[in-house]
Write a protein that binds this ligand. Structure first.
Ligand code: ADP
Ligand code: ZN
Length: 290
């Protein structure tokens, strides 16, 4: 199968050609400008590559409900040029091939479950902590949509007493994204996140907020594995801190084999940052085979 994959992000659009085994033959990225600028270039790329189907993992919010009139649209995004844009439809019409469409983070969790460390598991959460915080949820063997799609990056967290930062989310101020995404970190500490590596207090507080959200997801969804990706998680010292806080917050309440082995339960992404684009290949394959 010759498949196209598109990981559509707020700053860049990563396009790749690959196959159903997750192999990527070639890849290119375009800066995210307006649909009029960016989409024709991508269409041309996929046309030349002669792909049989395309999968799109897209920044949101999006409409992934196949029964909806606005299925395939990017909906109320703050990136106004893309608001109410028929993303899947634009590719479907121009290329005349099946197009799979889901959130970027659902794409990532699908990549990990199909090709990565979560292969064979049926309940897995992928969380990205970068410019924003988002979560893709694979549950009982399916990507979770529900009434829209999960927006688990915006769950509320309890402020730690010594933290005076008000929070950056325009909707909730001190939700997880407002307290722990890259821009919140940088606003709180007045420094680029990469330059904060040696400041222990920065990562301790960061882990404290992330762990609160993970504890909530564990209690609600009972995942078999939690995968953390995104720019901020390149700070690998966060992992042991997060695992310890989660253990502390659960306080022995849940007793499973998974939680006894935290190092294999709360883990970094396993596909060299290709989980999103590989997941998009699988979205394309699924669109083709139905
Ligand atoms: P996006 O979320 O836009 O797709 P990223 O996941 O790369 O992109 O996230 C970008 C954010 O991650 C930036 O706001 C920056 O603060 C943070 N970031 C990027 N690289 C690092 C790093 N090595 N260490 C800590 N934070 C980082
Ligand atoms: Zn929020």
């Amino acid at each position: 199968m010759r498949l196209g994959a598109l990981e559509a992000g707020g700053t860049k659009m990563v396009c790749a050609i690959g196959d159903e085994t997750g192999k990527i033959f070639e890849q290119i990225s375009f800066p995210t400008k307006t649909p009029e600028d960016t989409v024709p270039a991508m269409i041309e790329y996929f046309q030349k590559a002669d792909v049989e189907a395309l999968g799109i993992g897209c920044f949101g919010p999006i409409d992934p409900d196949k029964k909806s009139k606005t299925y395939g649209y990017i909906t109320s995004t703050p990136k106004l040029a893309w608001a109410d844009y028929d993303m899947a439809g634009a590719f479907e019409r121009a290329l005349g091939i099946p197009v799979g469409f889901d959130t970027d983070v659902n794409g990532s969790v699908l990549g990990e479950v199909t090709f990565g460390q979560a292969k064979g598991k049926s309940c897995v959460i992928y969380i990205t902590i970068g410019t924003g915080v988002g979560a893709g949820i694979y549950i009982e063997g399916r990507l979770l949509h529900g009434m829209l799609h999960p927006e688990a990056g915006h769950v509320m967290v309890n402020r730690r007493e010594d933290d005076k930062y008000e929070g950056k989310c325009p909707y909730h101020k001190a939700c997880l994204e407002g307290m722990a995404a890259g821009p919140a970190l940088e606003a709180r500490w007045g420094e680029k996140a990469v330059n904060l590596k040696d400041r222990k207090e920065v990562w301790d507080l960061e882990a404290y907020y992330i762990a609160q959200a993970l504890t909530g997801y564990i209690l609600t969804l009972s995942p078999e594995m939690i995968i953390l990706g995104g720019g901020v998680m390149h700070q690998e010292q966060l992992f042991p801190l997060i695992r310890n806080y989660v253990k502390e917050m659960l306080n022995g309440y849940i007793k499973t084999e998974e939680l006894k082995d935290m190092e294999h339960y709360i883990v970094p992404a396993s596909l060299n940052d290709d989980q999103g684009i590989m997941g998009a290949l699988e979205l394309g394959r699924r669109a083709l085979v139905g």
